[in-house]
Ligand binder design. Structure first.
Ligand code: GCU
Length: 341
């Protein structure tokens, strides 16, 4: 069931919306494809999704119209995943932390200092054949990942400077709503405060939390740099965002149509990644010069040491992550060897 409020939001901007039954809506005889995400319209993911829309409509424009709903209009990531699960909407972009409760293999990405370089992270995510096995893990929940988006490296930012792990003691730091994110924050020695992304700005502003952890775009695109003026490069995670599709919808497509949606997804990742690199750099410059955010270089090893025991603990508690963990270690080693050449 979709709520009346949601119906209104879904129909908003749907000029000529002729009919809507269950979650499926049509306009001028075309099936409307609805995608929800939590970022703004200038964010790399939105730009990537516009490329997705363009490719689908270029190739299947007689049958489908793609509509993108940014800014958590349709609800937080967790809510939007539920909507995708039931088929009320067709796609959602969400970080892997939100998927942990549906398939615990996704806990792997919450493991701090999992990837030893950006190269290893990208190579892992681009190994489509391997990742396909992971993507299928949510089939029972009724949805499947189509592609990934780069969401950079996550670092701490707060209203007080964090120079070393000891500075986290007594701080309340927002984490994503996942068990592994909470464990990580506890291992760092801070108090974990799980909440949705959209709530973070006000929580910092009102002093409910002291800070959060995220990529540089959170400072500018989500304006968190207005309320948290210290950003420490401790680099604890590289966590991808996922484009997730309702499984029934994907399975209802003809082979040719599915290929077009898959190609659209691949193109959207390419566009997003390029945009990411530009925007992350710009965000840092803007936050520093226009928002007065101080960027702090820290001794990363000290932060690493603090949470390294989590690797063994997580592997012991969740055998489903062992295979991908080993796979990533191989890629890490290969990337390090290449780096040393
Ligand atoms: C990043 C990421 C989002 C995620 C958010 C968060 O912005 O791209 O997918 O929801 O962090 O920390 O909740």
């Amino acid at each position: 069931m979709i709520s009346a409020g949601l119906c209104a939001a879904l129909l908003l901007g749907t000029a000529g919306c002729a009919s809507s039954s269950g979650g499926t809506a049509f306009t001028d005889g075309k099936r409307i494809i609805r995608i929800s995400h939590g970022q703004s319209e200038t964010h790399p993911e939105h730009i990537g999704l516009l490329a997705f829309k363009e490719y689908v409509e270029e190739n299947l424009g007689d049958e489908y119209e793609v509509q993108i709903f940014p800014n958590e209009i349709l609800g937080s990531a967790q809510k939007a995943i539920e909507l995708t699960q039931t088929g009320a909407i067709d796609f959602v972009v969400a970080g892997t932390a939100n998927l942990e409760t549906f398939a615990d293999v996704y806990e792997i990405f919450s493991m701090p200092y999992l990837f030893t370089s950006e190269e290893a992270y990208h190579e892992t995510m681009e190994d489509t054949e391997y990742m396909e096995k992971i993507y299928e893990s949510t089939d029972d929940a009724g949805f499947r990942v189509l592609t990934w988006y780069n969401a950079g490296t996550r670092n701490f930012y707060a209203t007080k400077p964090i120079y070393e792990p000891g500075d986290l003691k007594g701080l309340k730091i927002r984490v994503q709503q996942s068990p592994a994110s909470v464990s990580m924050m506890q291992a760092f020695g801070a108090a974990a405060s799980p909440m949705s992304f959209g709530e973070v700005y006000t929580a910092i502003q009102q002093g409910v939390i002291d800070g959060a952890e995220n990529n540089e775009l959170a400072l500018t695109n989500n304006k968190h740099g207005e309320v948290a003026k210290y950003y420490s490069y401790n680099m604890h995670q590289m966590v991808p965002d996922m484009l997730i599709g309702n499984l029934k919808f994907l399975e209802s497509l003809s082979e040719k149509e599915l290929e077009i949606f898959q190609e659209a997804a691949r193109i959207s990742t390419e566009v997003e990644m390029e945009e990411w690199d530009t925007q992350a750099q710009e965000a840092k410059e803007y936050a520093e010069s226009e928002m007065g955010v101080e960027f702090i270089e820290v001794d990363v090893d000290k932060f690493k040491e603090k949470v390294e025991p989590l690797h063994e603990k997580m592997l012991k508690e969740n055998p489903h992550i062992q295979d991908i963990y080993d796979h990533i270690q191989e890629i890490n080693a290969k990337a390090e060897a290449e780096e040393g050449k």
